[in-house]
Design a protein around this ligand. Structure first.
Ligand SMILES: O=C(O)CCC(=O)C(=O)O
Length: 397
């Protein structure tokens, strides 16, 4: 008897996967879950999963999920076929697990073709993922019926005296419309589609006017482990065009390597944020020249949005008609199952990482640092000094 099966996920509270008998494709296979070698439960793998059906596993009703009453050490869990005693993990990983095992955003996974082949994606979703994979950005229209009212409130009910003249950071803390724009369900859904993990909004920036920022990436400000699990969503709260300082970006640049300061032979440090940042920006210009990258300017209508990948080269065009407003909101997102650091004040090589203590914009709760399913314990970074805070304000992230 050759049974197939894979443990997809073990956490401290549950284990899940699938088991299948190719000789009896619709028969539920019984499995045993052991903790520290002692049987915890026996269950039939009979939960329906669309991905199993799509992968030709009989009627698709071969998934299992076993919860634990109390948190346990995931390393102590094993799962065996009840009939043969073999471990599920001993077997060749099935077509479902293998492409997903590499922790990369879905659209930036080098095994994307395989993932799209095996996953249950509609044609529209698959083409959105492919577009984002190729370009590093995705433009879409926000359909939420409340958007107009939210956009109005995010502009008019704002205490702009708190801004630096261009932008107001983390206005979600006192403006509910800003918080709701950051948490629009349709935005969260498309992010989860592109990244394969639940997104976590952690920072908002509201702009009154064009930022005229030099071309940069977000990875230099907010890097993640595993890499690339961060993105920005830029939402037009009014029309933008060549006159009021439109956003620009370089399609495809996200696929270039992610560079950190140690790639430049320099040390990330709170005292050198701005000088190091300037060196990094020069590298990006050199990369643009070397690869012949072409700039595109985003002419956006109110209510349109752009998602950009963490490593997409982007910035703000010069304002050609001074005095015009250009209201827009950028929300930065992390993704579940990662940990984060800020390269401009860190040194990876020396193991000195500035780990941000950020909060989930939806709830105000701290965002846990994770490696996969495990929450990483450890001291939070010290709060930034006055010098760091001033330097961060000056640097145009
Ligand atoms: O809105 C713009 O002009 C640029 C925004 C930007 O580059 C950013 O927020 O990282």
């Amino acid at each position: 008897m050759t049974l197939e099966g894979v443990v997809d996920r073990i956490t401290d509270t549950e284990v899940s996967g699938w088991a299948f008998d190719p000789d009896a494709p619709d028969r539920p296979v019984e499995i045993r879950v052991l903790i520290g070698g002692v049987e915890h439960c026996r269950i039939a793998a009979s939960d329906f999963r669309e991905d199993l059906k799509a992968a030709g596993k009989g009627n698709g009703a071969h998934g299992f999920n076993a919860p634990f009453e109390e948190p346990i050490n995931p390393a102590s869990v094993s799962v065996r076929f009840a009939e043969t005693g073999n471990l599920l993990d001993d077997l060749q990983p099935g077509p479902i697990r293998s492409p997903d095992v590499l922790m990369r955003p879905r659209a930036e996974n080098p095994m994307l073709d395989k993932i799209l082949e095996t996953g249950p994606f509609s044609d529209t979703d698959a083409s959105r993922i492919r577009d984002f994979a190729r370009d590093g950005f995705l433009k879409f229209k926000i359909e939420d019926p409340d958007f107009d009212a939210l956009a109005k409130s995010a502009v008019e009910d704002m205490d702009w005296t708190q801004s630096d003249g261009v932008r107001l950071q983390d206005a979600w803390q006192h403006n509910d419309a800003v918080r709701r724009i950051a948490a629009l369900p349709e935005v969260l859904e498309v992010l989860e589609l592109l990244y394969g993990r639940p997104p976590i909004p952690f920072q908002t920036l509201n702009f009154q006017v064009g930022t005229q920022q030099e071309t940069h990436t977000d990875t230099i400000h907010f890097n993640s482990s595993p890499p690339r699990f961060m993105c920005g969503v830029w939402v037009a709260l009014e029309d933008t065009d060549a006159g009021n300082g439109a956003l620009h970006y370089y399609p495809g640049s996200h696929a270039l390597p992610v560079y950190d300061l140690d790639d430049l032979g320099i040390d990330g440090h709170p005292d050198r944020i701005n000088s190091n940042y300037q060196i990094y920006l020069k590298l990006l210009q050199a990369m643009i020249d070397a690869h012949g990258l072409e700039k595109r300017v985003a002419i956006m209508k109110r209510g349109e949005a752009i998602i950009w990948a963490a490593n997409l080269y982007h910035g703000g065009e010069p304002i050609l008609e001074p005095g015009r407003s250009r209201h827009s909101q950028v929300t930065h997102y992390y993704f579940d199952g990662c940990s984060y650091y800020e390269p401009l004040t860190s040194n990876r090589y020396l193991g000195r990482l500035t780990r941000p203590n950020r909060r989930d914009v939806r709830t105000g709760a701290p965002i846990p640092r994770k490696a996969g399913e495990r929450i990483i314990a450890g001291p939070p970074s010290a709060p930034p000094s006055l010098l760091q805070r001033v330097a961060r304000r000056l640097q145009l992230s």
